[in-house]
Ligand binder design. Structure first.
Ligand code: FAD
Length: 306
């Protein structure tokens, strides 16, 4: 089975790329993967995607999908198992053991947030537990929140939330932060932020909504309960790039290295867009914008190779 363009991933980046390549008259096949619609399917409300004052993640992604299908993108509800980018046409194998070839490939496999996997965390995801301050911080105006983590992203999230919430508690399992020094300096003197050192969250507590955290002191073993309106888990993010190892240049953290203005990867004809190549600002609008860039670059590549 052959297609001009094969897109891997069905988040905002993948669907946007498909809308562009299909509208350019290129046969486009899109592999949705296990999470059709991508990470936004995990969120109840999106308030920062331009054009929609407030929309559920599910409804937003349903409109992306409808638009992609309406312009001719062929969706395949399959997970890609392996790729061979050593020569063109590129080879893509799926979990159902089907092999596709494609003249250009656009990778949009996104990333996955790391969760604590503590008791109650899953129950309160979207009900007081979040992994994105930029996305959900707005809902905690004047309230009391916790940030869990000790790296730069945790400190950044705490500083960001301190602009909105009344009180921010940073909970870190060690007695020093890994964040960049200038961020630490801002954090340590911030009047709204306090730090719980040597502390681990062992349970997320509440009823319908999260309302407290059970915290254990890693040195003494003592447990305490911290009343809280919201908790932001900021312990890192993992790009979904396992299947591209050895095929494409990746950063030390596993993100696909791309040329920022074209989304080109280290292999000519393979492009990457969205969270899978974005280690700084992971937002849907950026992923969608990137998907457009990758598609336009793929179109140009295919025209030049004709
Ligand atoms: C809980 C939560 C709330 C968020 N809220 C907001 C918000 O309010 N506003 C905002 O702008 N951003 C928000 N974000 C961030 C936003 O969801 C991401 O930045 C965005 O979804 C990234 O889009 P993407 O297309 O790059 O990847 P993703 O959305 O991660 O999609 C990746 C796709 O790749 C597929 N895939 C992965 N591996 C394979 C494979 N091997 N084969 C085939 N397919 C594969 C998956 O099935 C999925 O469809 C939120 C994220 C989370 C987790």
């Amino acid at each position: 089975m052959h297609t001009r363009v094969l897109i891997i991933g069905s988040g905002p980046a993948g669907y946007t790329a498909g809308i562009y390549t299909a509208r350019a008259g290129l046969e486009t096949v899109l592999m949705t993967g296990h999470m059709a619609g991508g990470q936004l399917m995990l969120t109840h409300e999106v308030e920062n995607y331009p054009g929609f004052t407030r929309i559920s993640g599910i409804d937003l992604m349903a409109s992306f999908q409808k638009q992609a299908e309406s312009v001719g993108v062929q969706l395949k509800y399959e997970m890609v198992k392996s790729v061979d980018f050593s020569k063109r046409p590129f080879k893509i194998k799926t979990e159902m053991n089907r092999t596709w070839t494609a003249d250009a490939v656009i990778i949009a496999t996104g990333s996955s947030a790391k969760w604590l996997e503590a008791k109650g965390e899953e129950k309160y995801r979207g009900h007081g537990v979040s992994i994105c301050a930029t996305c959900d911080g707005f809902f905690y105006r004047g309230k009391s929140v916790a940030v869990i983590g000790g790296g730069s992203s945790a400190v950044y999230e705490a500083l960001y939330l301190a602009q909105i919430a009344d009180k921010v508690t940073l909970i870190h399992r060690r007695d020093e932060l890994r964040a960049e020094k200038h961020l630490q300096n801002q954090l340590l003197v911030h009047p709204k932020i306090s730090i719980r050192w040597d502390s681990e969250v062992v349970e997320f507590l509440g009823e319908q909504q999260l309302n407290a955290l059970k915290i254990k002191n890693a040195k003494t073993g003592d447990e305490s309960v911290l009343p809280i309106d919201g908790a932001f888990v900021a312990i890192g993010n993992r790009p979904n790039t396992e299947i591209f190892k050895g095929q494409l240049d990746l950063s030390k953290d596993g993100y696909i290295k791309t040329h920022k203005s074209t989304c080109a990867t280290s292999v000519e004809g393979v492009f990457a867009c969205g969270d899978v190549q974005e280690d700084t600002y992971r937002q849907a609008i950026i992923a969608a914008g990137n998907g457009c860039v990758a598609a336009l670059s793929a179109e140009k590549f295919l025209l030049e190779k004709k």
